[in-house]
Design a protein around this ligand. Structure first.
Ligand SMILES: Nc1ncnc2c1ncn2[C@@H]1O[C@H](COP(=O)(O)OP(=O)(O)OP(=O)(O)O)[C@@H](O)[C@H]1O
Ligand SMILES: [Mg+2]
Length: 318
């Protein structure tokens, strides 16, 4: 792992007990993330993206592995240490209204985060609220508005302003644009990119949509049933997807070809996502993979290096 990483996640696993069975939500995940960079986390619903985000933030305790943030192992941090850590790591959710109190004005909500952490005086916090609103492209009057008076895009900007109020180093963006209209998605993503540059922010950007992740990410990890099946620099992943699952995910965002022959050739994700309570043997993707061999049905593929910094867990990768 590079020593200049802001975040190192090492062999982290998390299981939940569901109806007496073990559900492997996150399985043996490792990655390192440098300050000022973005890791995109993609995968279908239930692949463990949010759980991984919560493990990094220590909103959940991992069963195995460790998380090193800014040079400190935070895996065993207790309540008091976690409080300080919360300032440095913030999260933005898909539905910003869920994290905003409907009875607080926007100004109060943004100030509240700073007040909880006893930052500044009332007057300095008010001043900072105005600055933050400007940074996220909202007019100052929005301060006096209640969440229900704002659009989805405006609310997400408020969520970003609230997260930034504590000067975090790491921002976990969990499907932050999925609920927004496409044109608004682009604006919010551009805003996140501008803010990243200005404040040297480090992002984990979670989405089920590879196209959304591409724009912001330096590195992308593809999750399938809790495991990273492929990880690579973003441009490399798009140029040379090596895992069949990544290939189908990429295909699903490309334009549908005109000719029937080309359409025929297109890979499709066959079948439903298997239940994580009863994952397939061997490679978990094998029941849906067009290339699966007998070995894929029985032998779990190890992570293999495709090229420098590019890994895939697939028997077919040479
Ligand atoms: N608290 C919990 N108790 C039991 N199972 C859970 C819990 N949280 C998550 N899971 C399960 O863990 C798996 C991963 O869930 P997670 O929410 O991390 O997926 P996700 O990739 O974020 O999905 P989505 O795209 O739908 O948000 C799922 O099978 C989910 O049902
Ligand atoms: Mg999720």
């Amino acid at each position: 792992m590079p020593s200049n990483s802001l975040l190192q996640v090492e062999n982290v696993s998390k299981t939940f007990r569901v109806r007496g069975k073990k559900l492997h939500a996150v399985e043996n995940v490792s990655f390192a993330l440098e300050a000022g960079k973005t890791l995109g986390l993609v995968g279908e619903s239930g692949s463990g993206k949010s759980t991984l985000g919560r493990l990094v933030l220590r909103l959940l305790d991992s069963d195995k592995g460790r998380v090193v943030f800014d040079g400190t192992d935070i895996t065993k941090f207790k309540k008091k240490d976690l409080r300080a850590l919360r300032r440095d790591m913030q999260i933005i959710f898909q539905d910003p209204s869920a994290s905003l109190n409907p009875r607080m004005t926007v100004g109060e909500a943004i100030e509240d985060a700073m007040a909880i952490h006893q930052i500044g005086t009332k007057a300095s916090r008010q001043q900072r609220v105005s600055e933050l609103l400007e940074k996220v492209g909202l007019p100052e009057e929005v301060k006096y508005a209640y969440p229900h008076e704002l659009s989805g895009g405006q609310l997400q900007r408020v969520g970003i302003a609230r997260a930034l109020s504590l000067n975090p180093k790491l921002l976990i963006c969990d499907e932050p644009v999925s609920a927004l209209d496409v044109s608004i998605q682009v604006q919010v993503i551009q805003l996140l990119r501008d803010l990243q540059k200005e404040f040297n922010l480090t992002y984990i950007f979670i989405s089920h949509n590879l196209a959304v992740v591409e724009y912001l990410s330096d590195e992308i990890a593809v999750l399938y049933l809790g495991e990273v099946v492929e990880q690579a620099p973003a441009d490399e992943l798009f140029r040379k997807p090596s895992h069949p699952y990544t290939q189908v995910l990429l295909n699903s965002i490309l334009k549908i070809p005109n000719s029937p022959e080309q359409r025929q050739k297109m890979l499709s994700i066959q079948g439903e996502i298997p239940s994580p309570l009863n994952p397939p043997s061997g490679c978990a993707f094998h029941p849906r993979c067009s290339f699966a061999t007998d070995a894929c049905k029985t032998v779990k593929p190890e992570r293999r290096q495709v090229s420098e910094g590019h890994y895939a867990a697939c028997h077919l990768v040479e």
